[in-house]
Design a protein around this ligand. Sequence first.
Ligand code: HEM
Ligand code: HEM
Length: 606
Amino acid sequence: MKRQSLKLLLTKIIVVVGLLACSADAAFAQPGSIDALLNQPGIIGTIGLLLLVVVFVAFIAIIRLGRVVQQLNMPQPNSQERNLDEALINLSPAQLGKLVERHQSLVYQLVGNELAGDEEPRDERGLISHLSTDVHSPLVAEKKKTFRNGEVDPRLITLVGAFLLSATFWLVFGTVVGWYVGIKFVRPDIDHIAWLSFGRLRPVHTNVVFWGWASLAMLGLGHFVVIRTGNTRLYSYGLGWFSLGLINICVGIGSVCLMAGINNGGGEYREFIWPVMGLFVAGVGVAFINFYQTVASRKTGEMYISNWYMLAALVWTLILTVIGYIPLYQNGMGETIIQGYYMHQAVGMWFMTFTLGLVYYFLPMSLNKPIYSYSLGVLAFWTQLLFYTLIGTHHYVFSPLPWSLQTVAIVFSAGMFIPVLAGTTNFLLTIRGSYKHIADSYSLPFLLIGILFYFVGSVQGSLQAFRFTNVIWHFTDFNVAHSHITMYGIISFMLWGCIYALVPRFLGREPKQLLVGVHFWFALIGLLAYIISLMVGGTLKGIGWLEGKPFIDGVVLMMPFWLWRAIGGTMMLVSHFVFAYNLYDMLLHKSLISDSALPMPQAHAI
Ligand code: HEM
Ligand code: HEM
């Protein structure tokens, strides 16, 4: 009853906030003067969102630091204890033998296996915790051991493993390129090679991380989810490998073509020429057939919500890539509308929709409890479909496109509050009461940060679509910050969370907890340095332009902010190498630690 009234209240809040967000005032208002800009709700809201992230991360960091300080303040041995230590060290062998004998008789107790014999004790459901007080590192929390799930088909392990390894290869390659492109902002003369010029490498970075890293990781994880949620077998392993091959070839050839200067023109994220992008479309088409047939043969009555999201994302992506490439509307204003549609559907209907489907499975799985509300998930799904498909033109606010079309895009961008609020509340209410598990899990910290950025990045996106904020931020580095809050903070963090949740269950091999901690903190702190510097710099640059300052002033102003981006980017890149090692350690490393040598479960803060 209480749960039902809470759901009702939530639905009411979502509807009211959504309606308020859609109010024409918020979308149409324009600043009277530049001084008044900083008083605008869009700007204030964005600063508030940024503070939310900083406070959240500071909170986690303070808890960890407190723990370190606590350990450093542990009482040191006094002089009496030290004398005793010395006396013990100087004992003769005979005295030592007697002492050991006495000690053994004092501590003798039943070993606990008198009834079970030599059977290894197992705790597959993780019911027993705190079996040891031995803290290995004060900086990284001890993680709960994940037990191997013996029923997984070895063919599935190989297929999903191949998807994840390919994805990780493209992540490392794509972000080495991104890092180099970032360095070029502070050292533009670093090379004079055409293949490495900014204009060629930038699309290599974006296309590789889009189609190589995020898409392959999503599809790999999706192959597991579609089987598990339907309690069935994969329709065809052959199709799975075929789809993996097609997408890998697409990204490989596409990158070489872009570096050689062979491209499709200026349309962002569709720089691959059509025969190359055709391979991607074919790969997604094959995956759709495989997923659809697997869902059709499910043994469960209901179709779990994850499958709604994944199947829909596959269909929408097929539609949008065909629309983006079909040789119609490829000139003038028509082309601009299609570009806006294509660009935002790629991020919203492919990456966001598919990844949400994965989180609807991996979050409850990691917490060992069901999702809070199926209905909220369905509400988020349909409202996402309603609002997302019409917001593409918010990329071209103040352009010569029809004013009414821009207004529709802005109002629908504000409408995105509804699915975002529904999704975030659903996830947070699922986690409610289980926050202590975040500390002893490899995957939950990544998922939690992904959820935080899902809220922050999307709401910030809605605020950015308003005319009074877009007039400052459009064309500035602020956009690049938004892209990384979303594609990195949401998508990449969520994917890492899902990968750390799944892979140890495949083979029973744990990553090294210190290295998972290094991956998490380097990626997070690097991202914060990246986005905060570009958001601040981008805003100052935009205001400068509005005040009529020359373009070059904006370039000079941005130098320190680009340097901070390069520093943050370097940390992010380091974290990707660490992640690649962790995946290798879990999937391919031969010398395994025996189960008994693995740390026992123990709870700490993240
Ligand atoms: C080491 C980590 C990374 C670094 C150093 C980095 C760096 C960069 C740089 C320098 C740009 C060009 C910005 C400009 O033209 O002003 C860029 C653009 C972009 N990157 Fe990254 N990146 C990284 C990771 C990622 C990841 C993992 C993703 C996606 C999963 C991603 C998605 C994008 C997107 C979408 C853009 C286009 C931004 C826009 O036009 O608004 N980046 N990145
Ligand atoms: C409520 C949801 C969102 C809204 C309302 C929104 C809004 C916006 C707006 C207004 C822009 C363009 C700004 C301009 O050009 O002046 C933009 C750009 C962008 N957004 Fe979002 N965003 C949302 C969610 C997302 C998500 C979830 C992702 C990624 C998964 C994403 C990725 C991007 C990228 C990559 C760009 C840069 C596109 C370019 O290259 O110009 N956004 N967004």
